[in-house]
Design a protein. Structure first.
Length: 172
């Protein structure tokens, strides 16, 4: 077998033993940028989910009176508190070093919340079973802030899922 040396101007030399071209490693600059991009996106997602959680928790008490007709009677305030708790859990998962779990959960929570606010903001679905009629066509500041935060968090989580994971650094 022959020994070949492949030179790559952006990375270290790659030595192979006659097995064809060696796979190229990404240059350190790109890996660092990729890691920084992932950290920034994770921070954006966490902030979006944090804002979503705060707004839902803050508004929950005002919506406790809106309840479903079937037993058990679930209030819109309880659903808001559930959304706040799920957003906080997703926020924690996004900042923990889990490459895919956090962004998947964050995307599902943020996109689900955004879908719900858009659906109930424009369509009178009505109440069904224990769930209340949550139709609310008025866009007040808190609702708008929550929808924007959910959209930002969902897009950021989707970007984290689409971008390749940064390569582990042997020096860290």
């Amino acid at each position: 077998m022959s020994r070949r040396v492949h030179e790559n101007p952006d990375a270290a030399e790659i030595h192979t033993i006659g097995l064809g071209p060696a796979p190229e490693r990404r240059p350190r600059r790109r890996r660092a940028a990729s890691r920084a991009t992932h950290r920034l996106l994770a921070l954006v997602v966490a902030v979006g989910l944090g804002v979503d959680a705060y707004v839902h928790w803050d508004l929950a008490a005002g919506f406790d009176g809106i309840q479903g007709t079937a037993s058990p009677h679930i209030s819109q305030g309880e659903l808001f508190r559930l959304e706040a708790a799920l957003a906080l859990i997703a926020m924690l998962l996004v900042v923990l070093p889990r490459p895919r779990l956090g962004p998947v959960i964050a995307f599902l929570i943020a996109a689900g919340g955004l879908g719900a606010v858009l659906l109930y903001g424009y369509v009178d679905v009505g109440g069904f079973g224990p769930l209340p009629n949550m139709y609310d066509p008025i866009w007040y500041p808190e609702k708008t802030i929550s929808a924007i935060a959910e959209a930002v968090a969902a897009l950021g989580a989707l970007a984290l899922l689409i971008l390749p994971s940064p390569a582990p650094d042997a020096q860290s």
